[in-house]
Design a protein around this ligand. Structure first.
Ligand code: PAN
Ligand code: ZN
Length: 201
C-alpha cells in the first residue's frame, strides 16, 4: 500500500502551484512558442522587448502504474500577440484514446478542440468552476481571453502522454482573435489571407 503522503496534494492558489506530491514544473516563455502565433511581426516585436512568461504547468507526482490517473495544474497568463490571445502549445495525447477532464479554478478563456481525424473544431467556454471534457483523439489548446491568469487542473490517465505538433501538421486549423474587443473563432487561412493584411500586419 502507498504511503499517505504519496496520495495527497494541496492546491496553493496564490502561487498556482501544487504542494505535497508535486512533480515536474514546465515553464513556457514566448520563445518556446516560436512559429505558433500567426502575426510574426508582432511576435518578434514582443520577444525583442521581453521573453515573457506565457504559462507554467505543475504535474502531480501520484502513482503512475497502468490504470492510474495523473493531474497537472496550469497557469496561463493574460496577453496577446497581435490579435491572438496567449495560448498553450496544444497537443494530442500519445495514447490517443485518453480523454481529459479540466476543472477551471480562476480566470476566463476557451478550450479549442480539433478532432485529429475529421479536422472539426469546437470552442468550449473555460470559466471559473467549469468542468470541460476533452475526448480522446482531440488536439486541445487552452486560450486566455481575460485579463487575469487562467488557472486550471487537467486530469488524465497517467499514461496519456503528450504528442505535440510536428512539421507536417504544425498548428491548429482555427485561431481565436480579438475583433472589436471580443474573441472570435476564425479559420487560420481566412485570418491569414483576408484579415491580417487589411490591418496592415
Ligand atoms: C495539460 C497541458 C497544459 C499545457 O496539462 O499539458 O495545459 O499545455 P501544453 O502541454 O499543450 O503545452 C494537459 O492537457 N495535459 O494532458
Ligand atoms: Zn492533454
Amino acid at each position: 500500500m502507498y504511503d499517505p503522503s504519496q496520495l495527497v496534494s494541496y492546491l496553493d492558489m496564490a502561487a498556482a502551484d501544487l504542494l505535497g506530491t508535486a512533480g515536474s514544473l514546465t515553464v513556457r516563455r514566448l520563445s518556446d512558442l516560436n512559429g505558433l502565433f500567426e502575426d510574426i511581426d508582432a511576435y518578434n516585436k514582443a520577444l525583442s522587448r521581453e521573453n515573457s512568461l506565457v504559462y507554467t504547468v505543475r504535474e502531480a507526482a501520484f502513482p503512475s502504474d497502468e490504470g492510474d490517473l495523473t493531474c497537472a495544474l496550469g497557469k496561463l497568463m493574460p496577453g496577446q500577440i497581435g490579435d491572438e490571445y496567449y495560448f498553450t502549445k496544444g497537443h494530442l495525447h500519445q495514447w490517443r484514446e485518453a480523454a481529459e477532464i479540466y476543472l477551471v479554478l480562476s480566470g476566463e478563456g476557451f478550450m479549442l478542440l480539433e478532432d485529429e481525424k475529421s479536422g472539426e473544431s469546437r470552442l468550449l467556454p473555460f470559466q471559473r468552476n467549469g468542468l470541460v471534457y476533452v475526448p480522446g483523439h482531440a488536439a486541445h489548446r487552452t486560450i486566455n481571453t481575460g485579463d487575469s491568469p487562467l488557472v486550471y487542473l487537467g486530469i488524465t490517465p497517467a499514461r496519456a502522454g503528450h504528442d505535440y505538433f510536428t512539421d507536417d501538421h504544425k498548428n491548429f486549423l482555427k485561431v481565436v482573435v480579438e475583433v472589436s474587443d471580443k474573441p472570435v473563432l476564425m479559420d487560420r487561412e481566412d485570418y491569414h489571407r483576408f484579415y491580417s493584411p487589411l490591418k496592415g500586419h
